[in-house]
Structures are given as C-alpha cells and as structure tokens.
Design a protein around this ligand. Structure first.
Ligand code: G3P
Length: 220
C-alpha cells in the first residue's frame, strides 16, 4: 500500500518526507486555499519536496475549461496527476486527458457505480471518500471493498486511492480492503506510529542496558 499525504502544507510535507515513507501527495482546492499561495506555485513547491505522484485539482467545472486547466497543471512537473471531479464534465475530461497520456485522479467518488465510470474513462486513480460517507451514516469502508472487487473482476487498471481517511483505523481497514493507496492528513500518519507498549518497552530496554554498561564502560 502506498501512503500519500493529504495536505498542501509544506512543513507537514517536509516532516513526512523526512521519514522516508511518503509516496505521494493529494491536494484539493480547500487544502490549497488554506496555504494562501496560487495553485500552480504551491504545487511546484510540493513537487520539490516529495518525489512521487502529486494530485492537483482543476477548479473549472465545464469540460471546455477543464481541458486547458488540466493540460496546464500536467505541464508543471512530470509527477503531476490532474484531479477531476466525478461529474459528467469531469468524466468526459478524464477520458480526453487520459487519451492524451495525462494521468487523472477522479475525485469526490461516493458510489461503486461512479467508480466504474471513472475506470471506463481511463482514470489513473479513483478517490472514494471514506470519512465523508461515515459522516452521513454509511460505512465508508464498504465502498472501498466494493470498488476493489469490481475492478478486480474486470481487470481495470485504475488504482483505488482511499481518501478522506480520518484515523489510523481507517488506514488499516483500507489496507485490508485492498486499496492501492491511502491518503491521509499528516496528523493521521503521525498517529500510526503510536503505541504505549512501544514506549514502555523501549524505556525498559534502555534502563536494563544502562544498569550494566553505564557504570562499566566497554574496554577498547
Ligand atoms: O482530499 C480529499 C479528502 O481526502 C478530503 O478529506 O477529511 O476533508 O473529508 P476530508
């Protein structure tokens, strides 16, 4: 499973990249706006920090405008994956851009039927939103299970990018459900490290070691 960071914040990306476990980045208009820099500029800076797939989302809503925007974003860096929303225009743009060799991440997916449309259009990634389905009383993870099964049945190449993951449990469940990628906020990636028995065990190991070797320095 690949780990992507779902943030446009450069400090968070630097900290994550520093651990050597971040395979890519996803952004959306909300995350870009939060950082206050124009989209192209922010995305270029992200590409300098993380060497992996970087999703940059179009803000155009009509096919005719999505195409030039998608092409412009794709030219920023070889690692850019253009993000299009799961609308009629978005799927049409996905089909056209994919045929041009531009990789597309279809976002805002909430049903397996929508995921089928994205795969048919040649999407590189499909982004089902787990947490937002949980928010309205559904089990978001069921969607990941359905999509991975359907894609397997037909050999679709589109990769399942589990998005809107809000907790370490979401990440583990998405991995169990066969998602190719999990994208998560920095806070969730950081929480994956934590276990009190790890801390307690390490403390004990070091205490035991120090008891013998601190007072008896190794000869040499
Ligand atoms: O980037 C899309 C998705 O991951 C957003 O997550 O928590 O805003 O639903 P959330």
């Amino acid at each position: 499973m690949k780990f992507f960071l779902d943030t446009a914040n450069l400090d968070e990306l630097k900290r994550g990249a520093n651990w050597g476990i971040v395979d890519g980045v996803t952004t959306n208009p909300t995350l870009i706006a939060r950082e206050g820099r124009p989209l192209d500029e922010q995305v270029r800076m992200i590409c300098d920090i993380v060497d992996g797939d970087i999703s940059a989302e179009v803000v155009a809503t009509e096919y005719s405008a999505m195409l030039p925007e998608g092409r412009r974003l794709a030219k920023i860096h070889k690692n850019i994956v253009v993000k299009c929303p799961l609308t009629r225009d978005g799927i049409k743009a996905t089909s056209t851009l994919s045929k041009e060799g531009i990789r597309v991440n279809v976002t805002l997916c909430f049903t397996a039927g929508q995921a089928l449309l994205a795969a048919k259009a040649g999407a590189y990634f499909i982004s089902p939103f787990v947490g937002r389905l949980d928010d309205i009383g559904y089990t978001g993870m069921d969607l990941i299970r359905s999509i991975t099964q359907i894609y397997r049945n037909y050999g679709f190449k589109t990769q399942v990018l589990a998005a809107s993951l809000r907790s370490p449990t979401h990440v583990i469940d998405a991995a169990q459900a066969g998602a190719h990628i999990g994208t998560m906020p920095f806070k969730v990636l950081d929480m994956l490290f934590n276990h009190p028995l790890t801390d307690k065990g390490l403390e004990q190991f070091l205490k035991d070691y120090a008891k013998v070797f601190q007072e008896t320095p190794v000869a040499g």
